[in-house]
Design a protein around this ligand. Sequence first.
Ligand SMILES: CC(=O)N[C@H]1[C@@H](OP(=O)(O)OP(=O)(O)OC[C@H]2O[C@@H](n3ccc(=O)[nH]c3=O)[C@H](O)[C@@H]2O)O[C@H](CO)[C@@H](O)[C@@H]1O[C@H](C)C(=O)N[C@@H](C)C(=O)N[C@H](CCC(=O)O)C(=O)O
Ligand SMILES: Nc1ncnc2c1ncn2[C@@H]1O[C@H](COP(=O)(O)OP(=O)(O)OP(=O)(O)O)[C@@H](O)[C@H]1O
Ligand SMILES: N[C@H](CCC[C@H](N)C(=O)O)C(=O)O
Ligand SMILES: [Mg+2]
Length: 486
Amino acid sequence: MKLQDLVQPLHLLVPYEGTNPEITSIENDNRKVQNGSLFICIKGYTVDGHDFAESAVKNGAAAVLSEKALPLSVPVIIVNDTTRAMAVLADAFYNHPTKKLHLIGITGTNGKTTTSHLIEKIFSDLNHSTGLIGTMYTKIGDQKIETKNTTPESLVLQKGFQQMLDAGVDTAIMEVSSHALHMGRVHGCDYDIAVFTNLTQDHLDYHKTMEDYMHAKSLLFSQLGNTFDKGKPKFAVLNADDTASELYRKSTAAHVVTYGIDNEADFHARNIQMSSAGTTFEIVIKEKSYPIDIQLIGKFSVYNVLASVATAFVSKIPIEAIIESIEGVKGVDGRFELVNAGQEFTVIVDYAHTPDSLENVLKTIQSFAKKRIFVIVGCGGDRDKTKRPLMAEISCRYATVPIFTSDNPRSEEPLAILKDMEDGVSGKDYITIPDRREAIIAAINQATAGDVILIAGKGHETYQIIGSNVYDFDDRVVAREAIEGR
Ligand SMILES: CC(=O)N[C@H]1[C@@H](OP(=O)(O)OP(=O)(O)OC[C@H]2O[C@@H](n3ccc(=O)[nH]c3=O)[C@H](O)[C@@H]2O)O[C@H](CO)[C@@H](O)[C@@H]1O[C@H](C)C(=O)N[C@@H](C)C(=O)N[C@H](CCC(=O)O)C(=O)O
Ligand SMILES: Nc1ncnc2c1ncn2[C@@H]1O[C@H](COP(=O)(O)OP(=O)(O)OP(=O)(O)O)[C@@H](O)[C@H]1O
Ligand SMILES: N[C@H](CCC[C@H](N)C(=O)O)C(=O)O
Ligand SMILES: [Mg+2]
């Protein structure tokens, strides 16, 4: 594509000077630049990409997109915000891939990964070819690719959509993090359905206040109303039991459908019966009631199911097929995942790393636990510090034996993170074991028949980040080894 054609959607007011080279790729990392690339300078949180422009040109960049004038031998296009302009250009460069996909975006503090997997299962059971983008991986047809972020930056994202189309994918389901919305990673994505799970405390290191965090999520719903040329209706799927839904309802020009348990909703769950093996309930849609028997447990799972049912329903999937598909879901990796190695007590690995998710999971365990509840929990380094005392307090409130440990301390001192947790529980009974493996072993060695051990926070993760080192670490593997070594 010629440079002038590529930048046309930016409608530059001051035309750039110089030639009109053929652009073969767009890159924002000078190390990935090849002959003919457009290099985009991004002012990051760690370094400033403008400092790599010269090196990018040496590596073959044919043009540079920048926020300031740069003395380079290739055309330099100046825009106000390169990150957002990158999203517009990526969408154009890959020929607007989301116009050709049924695109479902899911936002919310908790439940995005779980809900996206439920929705993906419904569509793939009906022989749709699906793509999935989220915390665990990006899936393009049958291929799984590792990802660094829950919602990747726009270049990676739009390229991924194009690869999906090449692989015959018709439906893409993606988690949309508040960071991504705030940073403009999803500018240019033409969503058909936007789903809201819930809003509770997390990420205040980045968003600073709950108000700002709530508003960041509203961008998904306002973006949903930006274009209407896909020839089908658009929907916002909102949680009637979460007050933040009011803002999202007001943010969109799309149709709104609601789901809920406590409040009236278009997709309403009633007669919920929970056991340690699963949950049964009725879904009421337009006054008709549909019984469902799922293998997932906890009230939070009912919410995830309702959000998924509503999304599939407005996508015109027959309700009977939706229910059959959801009933077949055994669980999602690292979410309430049982570790069974023949022991007489229950070991659960779960990804709860926020106060609300931890409380939900512990409440669910309390509803079926007959003996003691152990919880092994830590809080991530370089992340929201204010959730640390809250998570510690919740652990002490619900567990008989709370054990505080490390969860990806990153650049922080592990003992300092633990101290922040301990500040929330002075005078309460808890144990602190900074080494996560030792913490897991200690719980497993103490457990007796009928106890339940919750290992929280890392779920599917297969690593522990200490400083800048990434060590192999999988709670499920460590727990199994500890049980076998007892
Ligand atoms: C704070 C934040 O979001 N940072 C993201 C950001 O990194 P950064 O700003 O540090 O980038 P940088 O290293 O300063 O680089 C700036 C520019 O210079 C370029 N560069 C850099 C070095 C070099 O040698 N040459 C070069 O050209 C880079 O390619 C980049 O264009 O851009 C990177 C590439 O897109 C992201 O991977 C990175 O996410 C980091 C890893 C992160 O931890 N993000 C978290 C906070 C996040 O986004 N989380 C949400 C999920 C939350 C949830 O699920 O609850 C997410 O969506 O993942
Ligand atoms: N609807 C829900 N409400 C509250 N808690 C939930 C809900 N669904 C799942 N959880 C809890 O939150 C944890 C994380 O779930 P999940 O991975 O689906 O969320 P996520 O929004 O994708 O998280 P992340 O932002 O880290 O990607 C689960 O392990 C469970 O403990
Ligand atoms: N998406 C979340 C994941 C947290 C997982 C937890 N194990 C941690 O490292 O804090 C975040 O980046 O805040
Ligand atoms: Mg997720």
